[in-house]
Write a protein that binds this ligand. Structure first.
Ligand code: ADP
Length: 419
């Protein structure tokens, strides 16, 4: 074959790699090119089975497949085995006089091997299989050019096989990750469910006790109640993200004055702000009371989580401001602080469940990395959006949008913090 045609034929194969759907079809096209370009009767490809430590056929002409599909080629008494173990090409002009030939395959297929050429399939210098061509036409002998062609084709086959292996293992890891995530969700759902009942009992009995014990043990029983309440909040956070992710959460929407809700939440954090020496204020940038059609309790949780964080990450003398405004069809709420800020590298992750910027072991603040993921779930349940803008050392702004309700009449505002 003339050199240009040979090159063109060889180059066709890597090009078709992107368009062929499956590995077998591709390897088949490599084998037919191998037989055609070396002027051979047929070709086959064997793969090393690491567990059985034998070679097995991966692709052979279709009419031989049934005969050899379960055949094993012993490494120590076959030509393919010799090529594999020595990691070298091998040409045999007269197979019947070569003791290395493994006659069993000819017996199975009814094919008569007269001459052959084989080369190893190499990956990073290690053999992973063997490719062979058989019976050069007109009794001719295989030569250097045939080795060159077969080695080029073997390299293509090895790359394709490796790609296929990588693809399967990526798919496997993806499936494993999914099933781990499912297990984690189940664990969270079961644990929070199981913890709720005993915790409810602890809270109920200790509240009862607090009334009974009077001043003497009031502080101790109060500490039990405060910490049990904290535990209850953690469990609620865990299960609310879980409910949202599994589609189990429901909304009890009604017209809510977000302006009033902001005032209530802000009031509930006044003591904490004073204690920290941080100025906490609210600014309504629109002239009117702003209403949203929302589950007031859930929006109060969103706001509380943001304000709690803003206070936690702002030091003495700092400022936390809750702004509200109307932006096209949305009410926009911004909780801004001039505190610690968040490193750019962490910004894309802070809304992920259990994500914390500081290591859990070294951080000064409590929390489980749940507050923001709860906030995001709840805002998204309302058809809203939440994001953060922050600069390390300068402060952070957590911003969320909720669909704006235009109704003018004075609605019944939910006051989750009232009473
Ligand atoms: P946690 O309840 O553990 O604080 P969150 O989900 O509320 O978890 O927050 C995730 C992480 O985002 C926090 O650990 C903190 O590092 C960072 N973060 C949240 N809000 C702020 C803020 N206002 N300023 C600086 N860092 C913040």
């Amino acid at each position: 074959m003339d050199q240009t045609k040979l090159l063109a034929r060889l180059l066709e194969l890597p090009r078709s790699l992107g368009t062929l759907i499956d590995l077998e079809t591709y390897l088949r096209s490599i084998l037919s090119a191998a037989a055609e370009l070396t002027d051979s009767e047929t070709a086959s490809l064997m793969e090393y089975d690491e567990v059985a430590q034998e070679l097995r056929f991966k692709v052979v002409p279709w009419f031989h497949w049934e005969a050899v599909r379960s055949a094993k080629i012993p490494l120590n008494s076959s030509v393919a085995g010799w090529i594999f173990l020595n990691v070298k090409p091998l040409m045999i002009d007269d197979v019947k006089n070569d003791p290395r030939h493994y006659g069993e395959i000819d017996n199975l297929t009814g094919f008569t091997t007269r001459s052959l050429l084989g080369v190893p399939l190499l990956l990073h210098g290690k053999a992973m299989g063997v490719i062979e061509v058989f019976n050069k036409a007109h009794g001719a002998q295989y030569g250097g050019e045939d080795i060159f062609i077969l080695e080029a084709l073997a390299a293509l086959a090895a790359t394709a096989m490796q790609n296929d292996l990588l693809e399967s293992s990526a798919l496997l890891s993806q499936n494993e990750a999914r099933s781990l995530d499912r297990l984690k969700n189940e664990f969270i759902a079961i644990t929070s469910h199981e913890l709720r009942t005993p915790l409810g009992l602890i809270l109920g009995h200790s509240t009862f006790l607090r009334e009974l014990v009077g001043n003497e043990y009031y502080e101790q029983v109060d500490a039990i109640i405060r910490n049990a309440t904290r535990l209850k909040e953690i469990i609620e956070s865990l299960s609310s993200v879980d409910n949202y992710q599994t589609g189990g959460a429901s909304l009890r929407s009604r017209m809510v004055s977000i302006t009033r809700l902001i005032e209530d939440v802000s009031a509930s954090f006044r003591d904490m702000a004073v204690e920290k020496g941080v100025t906490l204020k609210t600014i309504n940038e629109s002239a009117q009371d702003l209403f949203v059609d929302a589950d007031g309790n859930k929006i109060a949780i969103v706001l509380s989580n943001l304000v709690k964080n803003a206070l936690a990450f702002t030091s003495l003398g700092g400022h936390v401001t809750i702004r509200s405004a109307v932006e096209s069809n949305f009410v926009k709420v911004i909780v801004e602080d001039d505190g610690l800020g968040i490193p750019a590298i962490d910004l894309p992750h802070v809304f992920e469940r259990f994500y914390q910027v500081e290591s859990h072991l070294t951080r000064k603040h409590g929390g489980m990395g749940l507050g923001l993921s709860v906030a995001r779930s709840m805002v998204e349940m309302h058809g809203g959006r939440i994001w953060v803008e922050s600069m390390e050392g300068r402060g952070s702004s957590f911003i969320f949008l909720l669909p704006f309700e235009q109704k003018k009449e004075v609605p019944v505002a939910e006051r989750p913090f009232a009473g």
